[in-house]
Design a protein around this ligand. Structure first.
Ligand SMILES: NCc1[nH]cc(CCC(=O)O)c1CC(=O)O
Length: 322
């Protein structure tokens, strides 16, 4: 009997749920026992807005523990990962991605179209704020933070003070709370964050046996989609709270598989809304993302991202927060 693998995880309900699911899948596929090791990150300790905390707040402590060897693998929400590679570490698997769309949870079972002018909608992500404003519905977008339950309580709890919140469908699904969703938002209205709904299973490069073992969890289409979306984000050199959206879909075409990538850069007030798409083969996922980002930059995406204030060259490598 070999020693159990130590899987490092944040302690939030969502992190525990997705780490537990990866642990179970790994045990089922390999017979190896996996134990969860809770790691407290700076993001868990602070309640400040994520764009003020910056810098992969939910990620650094897990990566430190990997490098230090106190854990063997870590499971991250892929969209929370900085776009810059982590020295000495490797994303050994991207498991099958969950539904990447955003979801509306509104009082009275309402959809976005049923919310009247002035309705209050909570979200912590500039990308969602920007797209909600771009709809032109006079929605009152309110910044919120906290874990999934805290956010839901703003609409469903006894002290509810908002008409609606927008959350990732995947997070709710992993927590078995998809039942509260009143509308799953079409990417036409609300393009998801790069890599939303995907997980990243990370380990040390100098642990080749584990790299090989974890590869059983990898799902090539999910990895291709995430690669295209994150190449777009990285090429835009966008900061951690940048209003950048990207969504790649894979389909079988007549000449083999095809990847269809949509990308958007939206000003926080919704007044500027650049949306483009591009198709290609999954093998060229990274190139497609880069090329689409270049097209967005040609249309002035950099002036939208520059306006935003709290991002800049020093924080370029960080992933989207929502
Ligand atoms: N921004 C925080 C975050 N990071 C990952 C998820 C869950 C969805 C996912 O794994 O992409 C969430 C919650 C949310 O955006 O509603």
């Amino acid at each position: 009997m070999s020693t159990p693998l130590r899987l490092g995880t944040r302690g939030s309900a969502l992190a525990m749920a997705q780490s537990g699911q990866v642990a179970d899948a790994l045990t089922a596929a390999t017979g190896r026992r996996v134990e969860l090791v809770e790691v407290v990150t700076a993001g868990d300790r602070s309640s400040a807005p994520v764009h003020r905390l910056g810098v992969g707040v939910f990620v650094s402590a897990l990566r430190d523990a990997l490098v230090a060897g106190t854990i063997d693998l870590a499971v991250h929400s892929y969209k929370d990962l900085p776009t810059a590679a982590a020295p000495g570490l490797h994303i050994a698997a991207v498991p099958p991605r969950q539904d990447p769309r955003d979801a509306l949870i509104a009082t009275g079972g309402r959809t976005l179209a049923e919310l009247p002018p002035g309705a209050t909608v909570g979200t912590g992500a500039l990308r969602r704020t920007a797209q909600l404003h771009a709809l032109g519905l006079q929605l009152e977008v309110t910044p919120i933070r906290g874990n999934v339950d805290t956010r839901l309580a703003r609409v469903l709890g006894p002290d509810a003070d908002l008409d609606a919140v927008v959350l990732a469908r995947a997070g709710l699904a992993r927590l078995d709370r998809a039942d509260v969703i009143t509308e799953t938002l079409d990417p036409m209205l609300m393009l998801p964050a790069p890599a939303q709904g995907a997980l990243a299973v990370e380990c040390r490069i100098d642990d080749p046996d584990l790299v090989e073992l974890l590869a059983v969890l990898d799902h090539a289409p999910s990895r291709a989609a995430v690669t295209a979306e994150r190449a777009l984000l990285a090429t835009l050199e966008a900061g951690c709270s940048a209003p950048v959206a990207a969504y790649a879909e894979l389909a079988e075409g007549d000449d083999g598989d095809e990847i269809y990538l949509r990308g958007a850069v939206i000003s926080p007030d919704g007044s500027r809304d650049l949306r483009l798409s591009r198709t290609g083969t999954p093998a060229d996922a990274a190139e497609i993302g880069k090329a689409l980002a270049a097209e967005l930059l040609d249309l002035g995406a950099d002036s939208i991202l520059g306006q935003e204030g709290h991002t800049g060259p020093g924080t370029q490598q960080f992933g989207s927060t929502g």
